[in-house]
Design a protein around this ligand. Structure first.
Ligand code: FAD
Length: 677
């Protein structure tokens, strides 16, 4: 019998970088979902504090939509620098760089957000504040704690952890020895007033604890301990290239005209440079280092790389323009490589890996932090709703099938993009060695859709009713199961259903257009109503509710929803509010001023609560607003204005099912496959 103290927890998150913090925040937001006992979540990190500068900085549209569903996109949006235009610079006939093209940074009309840049430390700050607010202090990052063993049992996963001393928890910092004598950045403050260190280690360290968790999520970065603890079959597979890149965050002095634009610069013979204008007058330079090459083992010696070497390379690429700096905020160097784990989850579905722990690639497309956060955003609500006894454990299979495919696409995209970016520009069409600048621009334009995070299209599963390939399950030797409960429908059936809402592709995120609240005429971006609080949603496009025949169709649908043996009442725990696990939101197309909320819409669409009265925030109209234009939602969602349709939406805003108002039985089947009804 060991005297190491033991504790039980529902979820243990290992690692508090962007992926771990996203998981913790998502769990914190599930507090409104009823359950017999509150969800217990712990998050540990081996470092003694968060990071303060450097590392990832790009936030794509989809990440901002997710931040908004958690309630802090406004903080990032205000503080960040906004990426509006990309300028391409290429050598002219005499070999001198010149501006050859300008393209919009984010495809116009894709999202209500555009790409922005803000350093990772600030994103971590927003997460920490959000977790504190929504968990009421119950979830707090426990720092300077290192896991030492992991055993997967029948019921729980046993993880032994050890407290570190402050010295152990603070990684060594390299100094540049350069002008601003900056460290390699991990613990520097970033000129921002409301950020602070939250060191909570005691100097002693050494105490051990056994944490018995129902679920473990490994978000511990590229050198993941959790991944290694699961065994060699989870090791990252892939390759490193010969391209070495340096990164510097500086405040530049320069005569280069586009220093406040995002630029892709290919020099004739000195390599390539990417310019990312940042917050606080900073500019990030990604610089190809032609002077450093990998040795016979394929690895480059990073100790030979100094800020002077990196900056010298930048000065050469930018010639004849001049660039210098006084202040450097952070710098690093890396070798481009694309690697992915064969599996993102243990076959027991008790241990999962997310973020850099399962995929690494070059940082230039600004994807690392985004895709990592989106992994754990995809996973956390599934784990949370299962731990609360609300959803069927089969939905956990979709984590691997959905996210590994995204990571695979990212690796392929990055592979192509990195090579085009790192290659020498072609001198003419016969130059087989060089990169065609037309091809590069084309890749950039196509890449912009991918890089926005909005092209993600999940395959058929228990959560997504569509035809097609259910998605790969990873290495068969690691996983022998098949996706359970996949709702397969034929291609023909699917085409008919999808045609009811052409602008809401099943498997993709619910796009946003403005609608007005029926009760108060306030305009809302509809996506703002799809909060990440763990609830599924039924969006009822009620059509022309003033037409008697249509009103009758809506009534029949609502009667079924409201019936005691319908899925909605059966999925809702005894005594809980009817909208506590599935919320119904309505958008109608009749004239607002001729429509009355209480007269024209069945009660289930604006439920009555004895303490708070009618709910005035669930019925919306597709109409022009007084001050904020017209969202034209029915047209943009591709829905018939007379007849409408019904859409089921997952807690992460992805469309799961589309059907007619008469397809209630199919909708019931969809939810019965997900909920423990
Ligand atoms: P991480 O951010 O790596 O977080 C992992 C967390 O787990 C850390 O807090 C770590 O302390 C903790 N941890 C690790 N091991 C353990 C353990 N055994 N026990 C407990 N805790 C543990 N991306 C870009 O887009 N642009 C860039 O320029 C860029 N530059 C980068 C430079 C560097 C030096 C690094 C390391 C990364 C860079 N990235 C960049 C990548 C980006 O930071 C990552 O993609 C992103 O942070 C991934 O998030 P994550 O949460 O999966 O992992």
């Amino acid at each position: 019998q060991s005297d190491i103290p033991e504790t039980n927890v529902d979820v243990l998150i290992i690692g508090a970088g962007p992926a771990g913090l996203m998981a913790a925040a998502s769990f914190a937001h599930l507090t409104a979902i009823p359950s017999a006992s509150p969800l217990s979540v712990r998050i540990i990190d081996k470092r003694s504090t968060k990071i303060f500068s450097g590392q990832a900085d790009g936030l794509q549209c989809r990440s901002l939509e997710i931040f908004d569903s958690l309630g802090f996109a406004d903080r990032a949006w205000k503080e960040a620098n906004h990426m509006i235009e990309i300028c391409m610079w290429n050598p002219d006939a005499t070999g001198i760089i010149q501006r050859s093209d300008r393209i919009p940074d984010t495809i116009v009309g894709l999202s209500r957000f555009q790409q922005i840049v803000l350093q990772q430390g600030r994103i971590e700050r927003f997460f920490l504040d959000n977790i504190q607010k929504y968990s009421g202090g119950a979830i707090k990052v426990e720092r300077a704690i290192l896991p030492t063993s992991l055993q997967i049992g029948e019921e729980r996963v046993k993880v032994t952890v050890r407290k570190l001393t402050e010295e152990e928890a603070t990684p060594p910092q390299a100094t540049t020895g350069s002008k601003s004598d900056v460290t390699d950045g991990l613990f520097r403050s970033n000129l921002v007033g409301d950020d602070y260190e939250d060191k909570i280690t005691d100097a002693k360290g050494g105490e051990e604890e056994v944490i018995n968790a129902k679920f473990v999520i490994g978000c511990d970065g590229a050198r993941s301990w959790t991944r290694r603890a699961l065994g060699p079959e989870f090791e990252l597979q892939g390759e490193a290239t010969d391209f070495i890149w340096g990164v510097m965050d500086i405040i530049p002095f320069t005569d280069f005209p586009d220093i406040r634009m995002r630029c892709a610069i290919h020099s004739a013979n000195d390599g390539s440079l990417m310019v990312i204008p940042r917050e606080n007058r900073l500019v990030r330079l990604y610089i190809q280092l032609k002077e450093v090459t990998p040795d016979a083992s394929g690895r480059a010696d990073r100790s030979k790389i100094t800020p002077e070497l990196i900056f010298g390379a930048a000065q050469k690429i930018l010639r004849p323009y001049k660039i210098d700096y006084e202040y450097c905020d952070w710098w690093t160097a890396y070798q481009i490589g694309q690697r992915i784990s064969p599996s993102f989850s243990h076959p027991s579905n008790k241990v999962f890996l997310a973020g850099d722990a399962v995929h690494t690639h070059s940082p230039k497309a600004g994807q690392g932090m985004n895709v990592s956060m989106q992994d754990s955003f995809n996973l956390a609500w599934k784990v949370g709703l299962i731990a609360k006894g609300i959803c069927h454990p089969r939905i956990l299979d979709t984590y691997q099938s959905e996210r590994r495919r995204v990571a695979q696409d990212l690796i392929e995209f990055d592979h192509k993009f990195s090579r085009l970016f790192s290659g020498r520009p072609a001198k003419d069409v016969m130059d087989a060695e060089g990169v065609s600048m037309a091809e590069f621009k084309d890749a950039f334009l196509k890449g912009n859709l991918f890089a926005s995070g909005l092209s993600v299209d999940y395959g058929p599963s228990s959560l997504v009713v569509k035809s097609g390939d259910p998605g790969e399950l990873g290495d068969r030797s690691v996983r022998s199961r098949n996706l359970e409960g996949v709702c397969r429908i034929t291609v023909e059936e699917f085409e008919v259903k999808q045609s009811l809402a052409k602008g809401l592709p099943v498997g993709m995120r619910f796009n946003s257009f403005k609608v007005l609240n029926q009760a108060c005429a306030r305009p809302w971006h509809f996506q703002e109503r799809l909060k990440a609080d763990g609830r599924f949603r039924i969006v009822l496009f009620a059509g022309d509710i003033l037409d008697p025949a249509q009103k009758q169709r809506v009534k029949v649908f609502c009667d079924k929803l409201n019936s005691s043996n319908g899925f909605m009442r059966r999925a809702t725990p005894e005594g809980a509010k009817i909208d506590s696990v599935i919320e119904v939101l309505t958008i109608h197309s009749a004239k607002r001023t001729e429509t009355e909320l209480l007269r024209d819409f069945p009660d289930i669409l604006h439920p009555f609560d004895p303490h708070t009265g009618w709910d005035y925030n669930k019925v919306f109209v597709d109409e022009e607003s007084y001050h904020e234009g017209f969202g034209d939602a029915y047209k943009n969602y591709g829905v018939d204005k007379e007849k409408g349709c019904v859409v089921a939406v997952r807690p992460d805003q992805y469309v799961g099912w589309v059907g007619e108002l008469e397809d209630f039985e199919q909708l019931q089947e969809y939810f019965e496959g997900i909920f423990l009804v």
